[in-house]
Design a protein around this ligand. Structure first.
Ligand SMILES: Nc1ncnc2c1ncn2[C@@H]1O[C@H](COP(=O)(O)OP(=O)(O)OP(=O)(O)O)[C@@H](O)[C@H]1O
Length: 230
């Protein structure tokens, strides 16, 4: 279980309160108005921001005092996930080894991840030689080789067209189901949430609300979400 225990997060003058629990293996969408704190929440769970108050637990162990690299999670951002001067393979390899040469076994893991995201034979290409969708696949492959228990996605597919985005979401859904990864995904699109997440967390009114069934939330949105959905 991921537990945010009586947490207060500050970002400049902005304050966010979170006191929620998420079951292991669940896929959770995070929705809410612009500026409500969705990215701030993920950055805090990942360890890029300190808590003002409270603690974060994963499987009963406190992780809020751990360096981001020591936390059991991988994160993908909206952009900037790949290094432009490195090949696809080298970008994926960073998930296994931030520096140094890969062992034969690690190299095999990189090749396997490339295949899993349907990029066999494209490992030597640089990001500029790949389409937007293929770049997203490389970033996903890097997450795969990291084998973390928790995956945090901050709208990494927002720049893709609707069909490609749907394809990437389906690929994410397959991968997290296969590896029993717990997924937290920020999205502005209710269709994304419905597609991939049984449960959704609403971030609004300086509060991270407890997860509720996705369909129920969007079929009958509370006022703060209704105003945002338009
Ligand atoms: N560097 C900063 N200094 C001060 N305040 C900031 C800073 N970055 C963000 N904020 C504030 O923190 C709040 C939360 O921002 P955050 O990016 O987490 O929202 P969000 O829900 O992810 O928004 P969006 O959907 O637009 O991406 C915002 O109201 C913003 O004004």
């Amino acid at each position: 279980m991921l537990k945010l225990d009586d947490c207060v997060i500050e970002n400049g003058n902005f304050t966010l309160n979170a006191d929620i629990q998420i079951e292991v293996g669940n896929s959770i969408a995070i929705v809410g108005p612009s500026g409500a704190g969705k990215s701030t929440l993920l950055e805090t769970i990942a360890g890029f921001r300190d808590l003002k108050k409270g603690q974060i637990f994963w499987s009963g162990q406190q992780i809020s005092n751990l360096h981001p690299g020591k936390r059991p999670m991988a994160m993908l951002f909206q952009d900037g996930n790949l290094f432009p001067h490195l090949t696809a393979e080298q970008n994926i390899a960073l998930g296994l080894r931030p520096n140094g040469r890969l062992s034969a076994d690690e190299d095999a893991q990189v090749q396997s991840a490339l295949g899993r995201v349907s990029l066999h034979g494209m490992g030597a290409r640089k990001p500029s030689e790949l389409s937007g969708g293929q770049q997203s696949r490389v970033a996903l492959a890097r997450v795969l080789v990291q084998r973390r228990e928790l995956l945090l996605l901050d709208e990494p597919f927002a720049a893709l067209g609707p069909a490609l985005k749907a394809e990437m979401l389906d690929l994410v859904a397959d991968l997290v189901a296969e590896t029993q990864t717990t997924l937290l995904m920020v999205s502005h699109d209710p269709q994304d949430a419905r597609r991939i997440a049984d449960q959704t967390v609403l971030v609004a009114d300086e509060t991270v609300h407890a997860p509720v069934q996705t369909a129920e939330l969007f079929d009958n949105p509370p006022p703060s979400l209704r105003a945002y959905l338009g």
